[in-house]
Design a binder for this molecule. Structure first.
Ligand code: DX5
Ligand code: ZN
Length: 217
């Protein structure tokens, strides 16, 4: 299991220090939530901030774009230093073309599914995807409660991925806690995003270990 802490719950005034603390804690991924105030109600940060975060930081930048028509910004996030670019199936009309754009830019391509979006939305894309993000809350805010039917979607996707021999990882984002993480991993999750349940409990090295132990890793 890979833990990808969501910087949404970090201290934005000390982003550089927060990233350094994650690296020191043995964390490999950083989940960057980009929100545009249109696809979701909230607004966060964009390519210039990611570019600044990239300086001196070797974490894998797992970039979750909660923005309308993300195809307009693939090059900007590529140039800023994102390693993986995840777009919402609901935010782009030509999803296959958008994923192909990400791959052509040399980045890992991922698709996020809102809670009400069926797993079938990515069925034909699985062979070309590096990851599918199962949203287990409605995107926009940290600190919400995990929606239980997400477990069924994770299991369904796991079967679909195995059936077509895809390399795609399954990431789960929203309401992940120490209490439910074992069940989520057992359902088939490879990458867990955690915002509030991670950043509100320093020191990060200890919290990382506690999360791994709670998942039986
Ligand atoms: C929500 C974001 C999440 C968020 C998760 O729209 O995509 O990444 O930071 O926060 P928690 O873990 O607090 O639910
Ligand atoms: Zn996210």
């Amino acid at each position: 299991m890979i833990l990808s802490p969501s910087l949404l719950s970090s201290d934005f005034a000390r982003l550089g220090d927060e990233l350094a603390a994650l690296e020191a804690a043995g964390i490999k991924w950083a989940h960057l939530d980009v929100m545009d105030g249109a696809f979701v109600p909230n607004i966060t940060f964009g390519p210039p901030v990611i570019k600044a975060m990239r300086k001196g930081c070797s974490l894998f930048f797992d970039t979750h774009l909660m923005i309308e028509r993300p195809e307009r910004y693939i090059q900007d996030f590529t140039d800023a230093g994102s390693d993986l670019i995840c777009v919402h199936a609901e935010a782009t009309v030509h999803l296959e073309r958008t994923c192909a754009l990400i791959a052509k830019a040399g980045k890992k391509a991922a698709v996020a599914l809102n809670p009400a979006t069926p797993a079938d939305a990515v069925k034909y894309l699985l062979p070309q995807l590096d990851m599918v993000l199962v949203m287990s809350v409605n995107p926009g805010f940290g600190g919400q409660s995990f929606i239980p039917f997400s477990l069924d979607k994770i299991r369904e996707l796991k079967g679909m991925i195995a059936a077509c021999g895809s390399r795609a990882l399954i990431q789960v984002d929203g309401g992940v806690t120490l209490e439910n993480c074992a069940e989520i991993v057992a359902a088939g999750a490879d990458v867990l995003v955690s915002g509030s349940a991670f950043f509100n409990h320093p020191p990060y090295g200890e919290r990382h270990k506690t999360f791994l132990a709670a998942c039986g890793r």
